[in-house]
Design a protein around this ligand. Structure first.
Ligand SMILES: Cc1cc2nc3c(=O)[nH]c(=O)nc-3n(C[C@H](O)[C@H](O)[C@H](O)COP(=O)(O)O)c2cc1C
Length: 366
């Protein structure tokens, strides 16, 4: 073999490092492989407008070296709220605060995205003051099925929320299709018992998601970045359905990235690394990311070795606003092991409401 040929092959199979840049099908490149995972933090005002605390927590991460800074799940309809103090994007009144946030994230050299969300049957009734909704009636949560017209309205409200994000200057949005919230419930054979065009076979169950993707791509400027987050299992989901859907999405020229919310990047499914099943799917232009227990430089490199294009960092990004920069300095950097003190979290830019919320995550706060 000639040296040139050998060089070409080794370039082809070279595994990326965490600090290689990424080009997407639309919008700005990402300067490295680190994205801040979407994280609910209870720091917004009751009307969904952003507060100083939420602005500060996010812009500190943008400064800390994340290529993409993602907001928490942000509800697209008032009745889709899942948490008190949730950031809203269901009204034009939210645009002013979001505009400042997008500008500051950009000023720090990071790409910005809002995670679009509707909590579906997981909306607490006492919070939304009305009956929660989902794909089907559900006795356990006392939620009711949306009518077909209401599904169309829901789709249109996801699209309108993306347009608000665009107006506010965000580089893009991520559609929250994970964790048994409404889009995930529609995808789930166990939870979606509808008999209209949005239920039944896998194609029908994915129709809401695909119509939202199409609608956002058509309504927003050509450089607007669109991602999707999916759960690979649980919540009545057949993993094969999500693998088939991912195979389709990874070839979709309207989509920029797919983020698989594993909760542990290293867990197994039928004797194999679960995420690897996604990483082995052919990809055409769409980036693939993974979230879950990425706590050190070694974990991040291991996820890239498995075939991820990027990683979504959760708890390590709470504990270290500059997790990417730490790994740049020391490739073996490991996150501090919780529990940590409330003062420590304050020093990392968390406000009181977020600290209170983190006390509910077992073993996180002393
Ligand atoms: C405090 C907290 C809030 C979260 N909120 C969201 C959310 O709003 N949307 C979402 O898709 N995932 C959410 N997650 C899941 C994270 O995005 C991430 O996938 C998960 O924490 C696993 O990553 P980690 O092990 O690095 O923390 C949340 C996780 C935490 C710890």
């Amino acid at each position: 073999m000639t040296n040139d040929k050998r060089k070409a092959i080794s370039v082809k199979i070279r595994v990326p490092t965490p600090f290689d840049q990424l080009t997407l099908q639309h919008g700005p490149a990402w300067k490295n492989r680190f994205t801040l995972a979407p994280m609910t933090n209870h720091q917004s005002n009751p009307d969904g407008t952003i507060t100083h605390d939420e602005h500060h927590w996010l812009t500190m991460r943008a400064k800390g070296g994340f290529a993409l800074t993602m907001t928490c799940a942000s509800h697209v309809q008032p009745q889709g709220q899942g948490f008190p103090g949730q950031l809203g994007c269901w009204s034009d009144d939210h645009i002013e605060g979001l505009t400042k946030l997008a500008a500051e994230i950009k000023a720090q050299g990071s790409v910005s995205s809002i995670q679009l969300h509707h909590a579906g049957f997981r909306s607490p009734k006492d919070l939304i003051k009305t009956q929660p909704v989902g794909p089907s009636d559900d006795e356990g949560t006392e939620s009711r099925a949306l009518s077909t017209e209401e599904v169309h309205q829901l789709r249109d409200d996801f699209i309108k929320a993306a347009q608000r994000a665009e107006k506010a200057g965000f580089d893009g949005v991520e559609i929250h299709g994970a964790h048994s919230y409404i889009i995930c419930s529609f995808l789930s054979a166990g939870e979606n018992k509808r008999e209209d065009a949005y239920g039944g076979n896998p194609e029908n169950r994915a129709r809401l998601l695909m119509e939202i993707l199409k609608g956002i791509r058509e309504a927003c400027r050509s450089g607007f970045q669109v991602g999707i987050r999916l759960s690979p299992d649980r919540f009545g989901i057949d993993p094969q359905d999500i693998l088939n859907l991912s195979a389709k999405l990874l070839q979709d020229e309207r989509l920029d990235y797919l983020d698989i919310s594993m909760w542990d990047y290293n867990r197994e499914h039928e004797g194999k690394n679960f995420f690897q099943l996604f990483a082995d799917l052919p990809r055409k232009g769409v980036l693939l990311g993974v979230a879950g227990k990425l706590y050190s430089g070694t974990d991040v490199q291991a996820a890239l070795d498995l075939g991820a294009d990027f990683v979504a960092i959760g708890k390590a990004g709470i504990l270290h606003h500059d997790f990417p920069l730490r790994i740049q300095t020391d490739p073996n950097f490991e996150m501090t092991t919780p529990p940590v003190t409330a003062d420590y979290l304050r020093s990392e830019g968390l406000g009181e409401a977020f600290i209170q919320y983190m006390k509910r995550w077992e073993g996180f706060v002393k």
